[in-house]
Design a protein around this ligand. Structure first.
Ligand SMILES: Nc1ncnc2c1ncn2[C@@H]1O[C@H](COP(=O)(O)OP(=O)(O)OP(=O)(O)O)[C@@H](O)[C@H]1O
Length: 489
């Protein structure tokens, strides 16, 4: 004991040792401060603090970003759907809003604001979620969003294996129960699809079309939805392409809406002309979701799709020589037909499942033959002028009547005059409160149209020169090509 006491350092020795250690630490710090550049110091500090907190903390954080390897992250999408359903009493703030123009008095939807904590429970374990948003300093780059999920380190494995699959399953159930469909349009400035509630009243029952054609389309859709395994077994992407063609006002857009309602699919409405280039097109297309319709309307209006590809190349080269296009950057050169075809049936077609692609056109003859080739668009659907069956459907929808003594004469007129369902609907709507008067007005309208068509024919039969004769032939040929029947490629 006496020897132990003897070996203990005195207070002055301890103070001296402490002073020399502090001096040494200060000396080292000064040397390090002067010798090591500031960014390197910062890096070392952050690594050290990470190491210490990792060692001491019992928590683990999963980070789920909006994109995963250049495509939209499906896990992120599932969390976005699932998490708002977990908002509980412990949540201290909420985002509220609505994009349903049709029902503004309905309770608004809930969402999660950034930096707000959401607590979830799963198999007796508490999980803490936070949404982080990093604002972009450039207006054309969207803000970056990511979810952080914090749990105890010891349950990390279970969270990965069971909790995340549970979230995806729940999100699928929530989405399948959602009555509302969305229509998306691509915002080029913000590089993202933006949605609105899609509540189009068009249904197959209200469409004025030949009953056989309608039946064919519905059966085709049913068989598409039911044949997941078939597509897998034959090694094809689970997709179906429809080309709707016909004059304006024959119901192409209405048919798209009817298909969306029938299948309960969201609609991605892409303005093809606004796509900057093929890379942009690919990015846009792969960020659409499964069980959806990709709609490109008036595809003939996009010069690069409708014209022969070689001709576009030729024109470009010519313009390049003239110095017009030579200066144009590749960024605004527009997407090409081959870029689009690559997504329809090329390598990129395997991205996504259960997709319907619909192109509409008023001028099928203007389209590049590559788009019409067998196997490209699976079904070509002609949308024609109103027929007696179509008229009866519209009379039931707009006037609530199934028969009338004027129907016979209206049928005769309709068979001989090109009148679109849109024109018929417009005429019937004017006096929809009085069916008799509506049918009378409509008969007068058809008779006037008949007289006008007769006058036009007489004028056309008197061509002034050789050129006009040729034009006449052209337009007849044109009509023939448009009055096609369903075509399965
Ligand atoms: N086949 C149809 N059945 C019922 N209503 C129709 C039909 N065709 C047109 N209509 C009516 O006419 C309106 C315009 O039709 P729609 O926009 O669907 O035609 P479209 O062929 O897509 O025309 P466009 O080529 O000009 O876009 C619709 O809102 C609908 O009320």
């Amino acid at each position: 004991m006496a020897s132990l006491l003897k070996e203990q350092p005195s207070m002055s020795t301890l103070l001296a040792a402490y002073a020399s250690l502090s001096a040494m630490a200060m000396l080292i710090r000064t040397i390090l401060n002067e010798m090591i550049p500031k960014p390197v110091q910062k890096y070392i500090k952050s690594k050290l603090s990470d190491l210490i907190s990792n060692y001491l903390s019992s928590n683990f954080t999963f980070i789920i970003e909006e994109r995963w390897q250049a495509v939209y992250n499906e896990t992120f999408r599932a969390i976005e759907v699932y998490l708002p359903t977990r908002i509980g009493p412990s949540t201290d703030k909420l985002l509220l809003g609505s994009n349903d123009h049709n029902n503004p008095t309905a309770p608004p939807k809930r969402n999660i604001p950034s930096d707000c904590k959401i607590i979830d429970e799963f198999e007796g374990i508490t999980l803490e979620w936070t949404l982080h948003v990093r604002e972009s300093d450039k207006y054309y780059i969207p803000d970056k969003k990511c979810y952080h999920l914090t749990c105890k380190k010891r349950v990390r494995e279970m969270v990965e294996q069971r909790y995340f699959p549970h979230i995806v399953k729940m999100a699928q159930t929530i989405l399948s129960k959602r009555e509302k469909l969305n229509i998306y349009t691509y915002n080029q400035d913000r590089c993202r699809w933006e949605s609105a509630v899609f509540k189009h009243p068009a249904r197959f029952e209200t469409l004025a079309m030949e009953p056989e054609l309608k039946q064919f389309i519905m059966e085709d859709l049913d068989s598409f939805a039911a044949r997941k395994d078939f597509f897998k077994n034959v090694g094809r992407a689970w997709k179906r392409g429809y080309l709707l063609f016909g004059p304006p006002g024959t119901g192409k857009s209405s048919l798209v809406a009817a298909i969306a309602n029938y299948m309960s699919y969201n609609v991605y409405d892409l303005q093809f002309q606004s796509v900057r280039n093929d890379a942009d097109l690919r990015r846009i297309l792969i960020s659409t979701t499964n069980r959806s319709i990709l709609l490109i309307e008036d595809i003939d209006c996009s010069t690069k799709i409708s014209q022969d590809h070689a001709k576009v190349k030729d024109d470009r080269e010519k313009e390049g020589e003239d110095g017009k296009l030579g200066r144009t950057s590749p960024v605004d050169s527009g997407a090409t037909l081959s870029g689009l075809l690559n997504f329809i049936d090329g390598l990129w077609s395997s991205c996504g499942n259960e997709r319907i692609i619909i192109f509409t056109t008023n001028h099928k003859e203007k389209l590049d033959p590559a788009l019409l080739r067998p196997g490209r668009m699976d079904v070509h659907i002609p949308m024609g002028y109103c027929t007696p069956a179509g008229f009866r459907k519209l009379a039931t929808t707009y006037l609530g009547i199934k028969d009338d003594k004027l129907f016979g004469s209206i049928d005769d007129l309709i068979k001989n005059i090109e009148v679109t369902p849109a024109e018929v609907a417009q005429q019937l709507m004017v006096r929809s409160d009085d069916p008799k008067a509506a049918l009378q007005c409509f008969t007068e309208f058809l008779n006037m149209k008949k007289v006008k068509v007769g006058e036009d024919v007489i004028q056309k039969e008197e061509p002034k020169d050789e050129n006009e004769k040729d034009d006449g032939k052209q337009s007849r040929k044109h009509d023939e090509s448009e009055s096609g029947s369903i075509y399965l490629t």
